[in-house]
Write a protein that binds this ligand. Structure first.
Ligand code: PHE
Length: 341
């Protein structure tokens, strides 16, 4: 009997140590100490023990019972404490990881919001495009040397008798004539933000990048309107103290043509190590060439327009003052880099 009592006690204690809920604890209590529990039936059997050993057996069973009662109580307290710790409202919460938009997407959203305020309509056209829209109607006939500047990817597909070869859009200007054809009669006020593709890859070039192209056509549009829009953009995108300037340049599809510069954000035009005498180059612009208007079915005698086209990545880097040693980082998947924006 003595051995039986000790075994039963150890068995119960081992189970009590293992529990993780009040329900399990209660089940153990009933199993051992309940009305038809294991100890209860043991106590009933004390009568069978010989009279001289009976007292000792009684003491032993009682002692075992008390140990179990104490163990149950202390385990119950322990459970209560850990339950309280679980609900401790002062413990810092676990923050779920939150993603955010890619920096280029952020830039695109910001740029389109700005031009939308000015009444531009955001539009997009095919990125697998005909030579016709990418070059021909932009006053760059087949074989024209100016085409070389757009290191174009040609699609390996049969050429169209009218539209020529299929290309990946090397610039967003391919949307100019498409937009004129869509609108048919001015005013035209388009902002086209899209992917561009060129055969180039090094620390400052990627084969796929983004441009945003503005096109405005109406009666009496002049360089003054272009300059006003550019200044508005510079003030709102880069900061109120920033200015733009137009430098003479050449594009086949604009006349006159310009390169647009913005004052350096660090020296504000005074000149420093990060800029060229106070200025940073943004990109191309100009007055839409009469031949381009005509190709889009718009009478150049009646209407005039301006256009500009700049790289999104470049423009965004200028804004943030970001000096990315290798532009390819933007299109890598390294979260240590991307998380910073
Ligand atoms: N398409 C030109 C480029 O890729 C930029 C440009 C757009 C210039 C519109 C003039 C007018 O460099």
């Amino acid at each position: 009997m003595q051995e039986e009592v000790i075994n039963l006690k150890n068995e119960a204690l081992a189970q009590i140590m293992e529990v993780s809920s009040f329900e399990e604890l209660e089940t153990i209590r009933v199993t051992y100490l309940g009305r038809s529990g294991k100890f209860t039936s043991l106590i009933k059997r004390i009568r069978e023990v010989s009279p001289e050993k009976r007292k000792q057996a009684g003491l032993l069973v009682n002692e075992a019972k008390n140990t179990i009662v104490k163990a149950l109580a202390s385990q119950k307290n322990h459970l209560k404490e850990s339950a309280r710790a679980w609900f401790d409202p002062t413990v810092p919460g676990i923050k779920p990881a939150m993603g955010h938009l890619h920096l280029v997407t952020q830039a695109i959203e910001e740029i389109s919001a700005l031009f939308t305020q000015l009444g531009f309509v955001r539009n997009r056209y095919p990125e697998v495009e005909w030579d016709w829209y990418a070059f021909e109607t932009l006053n760059m006939p087949e074989g024209h040397p100016a085409r070389d500047e757009w290191e174009t990817f040609f699609v390996d597909a049969p050429a169209n008798p009218k539209f020529g070869q299929m290309v990946l859009t090397p610039h967003t200007s391919s949307a100019q004539v498409r937009e004129m054809q869509r609108v048919k009669s001015p005013p035209v006020r388009m902002i086209n933000i899209a992917k561009c593709y060129r055969r180039q890859i090094d620390a400052s070039h990627v084969p796929m990048f983004h441009q945003f192209e503005g096109l405005v056509i109406d009666k009496g549009i002049s360089v003054a309107n272009l300059k006003g829009t550019l200044d508005y953009f510079a003030r709102n995108f880069f900061g109120p103290e920033r200015k733009t300037r137009l430098r003479p340049f050449h594009f086949q599809f604009t006349e006159p043509s310009f390169e647009v510069d913005v004052t350096c954000g660090v020296c504000l035009g005074r000149g420093c190590k990060l800029c060229k005498n106070g200025w940073l180059e943004l990109g191309g612009a100009g007055m839409v060439h009469p031949r381009v208007l005509a190709a889009g079915g718009i009478n150049p005698e009646k209407y005039s327009g301006y256009a500009f086209g700049w790289g999104v990545e470049r423009t965004y880097m200028m804004k943030s003052g970001l000096q990315i040693p290798d532009i390819r980082l933007i299109y890598g998947s390294d979260l240590r880099f991307l998380k910073q924006f």
